[in-house]
Design a binder for this molecule. Structure first.
Ligand code: LER
Ligand code: MN
Length: 269
């Protein structure tokens, strides 16, 4: 297991669940100082900052890149893989492929969260899920060229109506024979959708590839009412070796949120 913290450079996501929003030259050293192994990047796109700049920041501060988010494709450009417009779906997949290549060069997988979109209106559920499976098939292949997986994130019902629970994500991967796709277990979304978080992690088992380590209220673990001990036990039992990444609200302030995360992980893992 490795620890990670989210660094956001997207002004449109200023109120989102990301801990540090300052320039990367400031947030990298902060992440290191507080005790994180790695950072998870939420960037406006693949050309905001060069791969070599990120590499030199990572090397300078002794941090790795845990993952890169693609959500800016939605919050900044309004792109979704299940948009009724073919043109927009193509642009969405292109954005994701570029983010896969960006992260891939850093040894980091890309994450599909909000860019999966929603079905409704002129798009049926079956149609949307077919487009989603097609896109994941392509993304998995592209990611494989960089020797990283592609991460698919079930979101809570208020953010998508595709797949809300981890085991439905695992079933979707298996039913569509998707290769090189892993699931993101975001404990905040799971708190809303799952009956028993630990049981769902055990059931999804080998498909779990990344964890957003958040409490019930999306604050740092320890500042809500989730009990992390059985969750960590389940992760250990399934042989989880990925990240516990703090994709959380920077409350009561970013430094406290970051420190509480490290404190929680050290006490339970
Ligand atoms: C992204 O990782 C996520 O969890 C979403 O809630 C962002 O919209
Ligand atoms: Mn998440």
């Amino acid at each position: 297991m490795r620890t990670a913290i989210t660094l956001c450079q997207v002004p449109e996501a200023a109120a989102g669940p990301f801990v540090f929003h300052q320039p990367l030259t400031e947030s990298f050293p902060l992440a290191k100082e507080i005790g994180f192994d790695d950072v998870e990047l939420f960037l406006p796109g693949p050309n905001h900052v060069s791969v070599s700049e990120i590499k030199s920041l990572a090397d300078k501060h002794g941090l790795g890149i845990a993952a890169v988010g693609t959500g800016a494709g939605m919050v900044k450009h309004g792109l979704s893989l299940t948009d009724p417009s073919l043109e927009k779906r193509i642009a969405a997949l292109d954005f994701i492929e570029q983010m896969i290549a960006f992260g891939g060069q850093l040894g980091a997988p890309a994450i599909l969260g909000s860019m999966q979109g929603k079905w409704g209106g002129e798009v049926s559920k079956d149609q949307a899920l077919e487009w989603l499976a097609d896109a994941l098939r392509i993304a998995g292949k592209t990611a494989a060229k960089f020797n990283v997986p592609f991460i698919y994130e079930p979101l809570n019902r208020y953010e998508t109506n595709h797949i809300n629970r981890l085991t439905d994500g695992a079933d979707f991967i298996e039913a569509n024979s998707l290769d090189n796709i892993v699931l993101l277990a975001d404990l905040f979304h799971m708190n809303i959708e799952e009956t028993d978080l630990a049981a769902s992690l055990r059931a999804a088992g080998k498909h779990v590839g990344h964890v957003h380590y958040a409490d019930s209220n999306r604050r740092a673990m320890g500042l809500g009412h989730t009990n992390p001990a059985p969750i960590v036990d389940a992760l250990k039992e399934i042989g989880y070796q990925g990240h516990l990444s703090a994709e959380i609200l920077p409350l009561p302030d970013p430094i406290t949120a970051a420190k509480e995360t490290i404190k929680s992980i050290r006490s339970v893992w």
